[in-house]
Structures are given as structure tokens and as C-alpha cells.
Design a protein around this ligand. Structure first.
Ligand code: CTP
Length: 400
């Protein structure tokens, strides 16, 4: 169950060309089982119809502060009080100015003033307006007052200018909503998470790799970020896009991953190695493409550097966590790896099963600790597993 599940979300839609993108946000919120109440401002209604938003949100769209029927059914104070989160996407310069100045002259500005819930603004406007002294000052005052923001993207705007001002991608706005609503057990922690496979080159076009998709590592990184940690994700080659609001370092080989992880680990509280680091590389990869003619079909292999084992030799106060994908003797192999690499925990899963692991969106894991404790996390999404793993690690490693 995601963090938005069962939450009351008020979504304010103000008057900008990006108002149509609010439909997608409503859909995403509904998909995650949030109850969505849309407040459409008068100028927002010039760009998108209340019927679209009502159909998607499955709730009446609120527009007029002084409408007797809607006020008797769900008044502005009750909307404000019931909300777990108020989002405004797109947020125009006008609504930002009103909120900053304490003007409450319509439903949306009134609800924002009357709520105790966190407020998340996704500004969208012409680049000149966004750069104007008034908007800059209003944003910085609101930031100090604890409002949350998703910065607009750069690009060509509807008015023809180019620059920052385009409503941020819906996925980014959704992720910020999850971050805002998440508990923060990892606040103040710095963590490094590795993900994906590594690719060890035989020649410029061929490489040795493995089936890791990176999904589990990305879920671990995203979840740590939602839980308040400052996160560096070191990823091998995957098709997954960089997650927003954290630092992603892309690498290809085990050697590159070693360098990136060790550097990021210097001031980290925890290193979690989800990556399926290739165990061997070609000894002396060919600098030019190998041609079939004259090739004897033999490749000499050499071991890659073991990143965790190396970190384990000089551990300091960092927590080190491994992941073990096993097909046989899961418990014995996982515990042996934990000891050999001097780890504080190892998360093991059975990759002989086809319903979990590798490319799957689901997983089921056992977490082993050096004191003999074992925690089982039953089958669920990789995001759900990541929540369980971080909570287990937090309770066991950070609060000792
Ligand atoms: N690991 C690592 N560097 C390597 C290989 C593995 O840091 N060169 C890390 C993985 O990221 C994982 C843990 O060690 O967190 C266990 O990886 P695994 O491949 O299961 O263990 P190996 O030691 O490689 O043993 P084997 O492949 O023989 O099972």
C-alpha cells in the first residue's frame, strides 16, 4: 500500500495552458487510491472543463466559494480541515502572489489559508514571469513558510519563449507528493544505494553482464529519499530513468561502480549494494571489434573487484548491507556472504522462482543480521519491500 493510499488530497487547478495536465495528476492520484477533491479556479475553467476533472476524480469539482449547494455539501473549512495534502498544479503567478500576501478571495486561496495540511505548489508560467522579482520573492517567502515546491521544467513554452516555466513532469509532481506525505525515519542520514547490473567489455561492442533490471535498487533509493535521507544512487546500465530528487551516478563496469560507490561512501551512514556486480571481466578487453575470422573462441576471464568486501575491510561507522540473489541454500549462502564481507545485514531472495526477482515488479526477501535475527518480508511490490527493508535496517542498525 502506497503512502497516498486513503489520503484526502485537494488538487487546485489554476488558469494556465498546463491545466490540462491536471487530468493526468488526478488519474495518478486515483490510481494510488487517494480521494481527490479538485478545486478549479475561474481562470482554470477557461482552460479545462470541470466535467473532465469531475469524471476522473469521481468527486464533484468545487469552483465557487459562495455556491450554496457545494458549500452545504462540503464547505471550504471542511475541505481545508479534511485534507492530508493540498496540491496546486499548475500554480500561476497569480495564486502564488495571493497565497504569499494573504488574499483569500476564492475557494482555492481560502482553502490554502485555512488548512493545516502541507501545501505543494507546482508553478507554471511564462519564463519572464517566473524570473520576475515579484515571483522570485514570493516563492522564497513561501519556501521559508514551509510550502513545498516542484520547480518548473525548462523548455519551449506555449507562448513561444524558451526557459524555465513549463509545468514539471507529472511523475515528478507525484513523487514530491509521496515525499511530502512520507514519514521521515531516515532524516539527516546519507545513504548510498547501488543498482542494476554491470557490463564488462570483451571488445567495444560486446560485453558480459547479467539479468538484473535495477528495479529493486531504484526502489531502495526512491524509498530512502521519501524517508528523508540524502541519497546517491550508483546505477549500472538499466533502462530506468533517473529518479527525481536524488543524485544518480551512471556507471558501466564493476571498476567504475567501485570508484563511484567508494567515493560516495566516504561520508555516508549506510551503503546498500543492490547491484548485481559482474564477478568476472575479460582479461585485457580487445580495443577493436573482435572479428570471427581468426578468432579462437576463447576468452580469458579475470575477477572483478569486490566492492562490498573492500568496504567491509575499512568499515568505520558505516552500515554495510548486501543483497544476495540465490538459487540454492539461500540462508546458508547469504549468511556466509554476510560474514565474509563483514556486513551488518544481508537481504536475500530466491531467484529460482519466476514470480519474483530479476525483471519482476515484485519480490519476497529474508533479511539476515549477524546476531542471528532473521526478518521475512512477504511477497509484495519492490517499493513495498524497500519500505520493509529500510524500516528493518533503521530499527536494527541506526538506533542501536
Ligand atoms: N558485490 C560487490 N562486488 C562484487 C560482487 C558482489 O559488492 N564484485 C555485492 C553485491 O552487490 C551484493 C553482495 O555483494 O550486495 C552479494 O553479491 P553476490 O553476487 O550474491 O555474491 P558474490 O560474493 O559475488 O558470490 P557468488 O556470485 O559466488 O554467489
Amino acid at each position: 500500500m502506497g503512502v497516498l493510499s486513503g489520503k484526502e488530497v485537494v488538487l487546485g487547478v489554476t488558469g494556465g495552458i498546463a491545466a490540462y495536465k491536471a487530468c493526468e495528476i488526478v488519474r495518478e492520484l486515483r490510481k494510488e487510491s487517494a480521494n481527490v477533491r479538485v478545486i478549479l479556479t475561474a481562470s482554470g475553467a477557461q482552460f479545462i472543463t470541470p466535467l473532465s476533472l469531475q469524471t476522473l476524480s469521481k468527486n464533484p469539482v468545487v469552483m465557487d466559494l459562495f455556491n450554496l449547494i457545494s458549500e452545504s455539501e462540503i464547505g471550504h473549512i471542511s475541505l481545508a480541515q479534511r485534507a492530508n495534502l493540498v496540491m496546486i498544479a499548475p500554480a500561476t503567478a497569480n495564486i502564488i502572489g495571493k497565497i504569499r500576501s494573504g488574499i483569500a478571495d476564492d475557494m482555492l486561496s481560502t482553502v490554502v489559508m485555512a488548512t493545516n495540511a502541507p501545501v505543494l505548489l507546482a508553478p507554471a508560467m511564462n519564463a519572464q514571469m517566473y524570473a520576475s522579482a515579484a515571483v522570485r520573492e514570493n516563492l522564497s517567502v513561501l519556501r521559508e513558510r514551509g510550502f513545498h515546491f516542484v520547480e518548473p521544467d525548462e523548455g519551449e513554452l506555449a507562448c513561444g519563449t524558451v526557459g524555465p516555466g513549463r509545468l514539471a513532469d507529472g511523475g515528478k509532481i507525484m513523487e514530491m507528493a509521496r515525499i511530502v506525505l512520507s514519514e521521515k525515519p531516515l532524516a539527516g542520514r546519507k545513504v548510498v544505494v547501488s543498482a542494476g547490473p554491470t557490463a564488462e567489455h570483451l571488445d567495444p561492442v560486446r560485453f558480459l553482464s547479467n539479468r538484473a533490471s535495477g528495479k529493486m535498487g531504484f526502489a531502495m533509493a526512491r524509498t530512502a529519499c521519501r524517508f528523508g535521507a540524502s541519497v546517491t544512487l550508483v546505477s549500472g546500465p538499466t533502462s530506468l530513468p533517473d529518479p527525481p530528487f536524488l543524485r544518480t551516478v551512471r556507471v558501466r563496469t564493476a571498476e567504475e561502480m567501485f570508484t563511484a560507490v567508494t567515493r560516495a561512501a566516504e561520508d555516508a551512514d549506510a551503503v546498500v549494494m543492490c547491484a548485481a556486480v559482474a564477478d568476472f571481466r575479460a582479461k585485457g578487453a580487445a580495443p577493436r571489434k573482435i572479428k570471427k575470422e581468426g578468432f579462437d573462441y576463447r576468452v580469458e576471464l579475470a575477477p572483478t573487484v569486490d566492492i562490498l568486501e573492500s568496504l567491509g575491510k575499512n568499515k568505520g561507522s558505516r552500515a554495510l548491507v548486501g543483497f544476495a540473489a540465490e538459487t540454492d541454500d539461500l540462508a546458508r549462502n547469504a549468511v556466509e556472504k554476510m560474514r565474509r564481507k563483514n556486513l551488518d545485514a544481508i537481504v536475500a531472495n530466491d531467484v529460482s522462482r519466476t514470480d519474483i526477482g530479476f525483471e519482476s515488479d515484485n519480490n519476497e526477501v529474508r533479511i539476515f543480521f549477524p546476531d542471528g535475527e532473521v526478518r521475512d518480508l512477504p511477497l509484495c511490490t519492490k517499493d513495498g519491500i524497500a519500505v520493509g527493508v529500510w524500516l528493518a535496517l533503521d530499527g536494527k542498525l541506526f538506533r542501536r
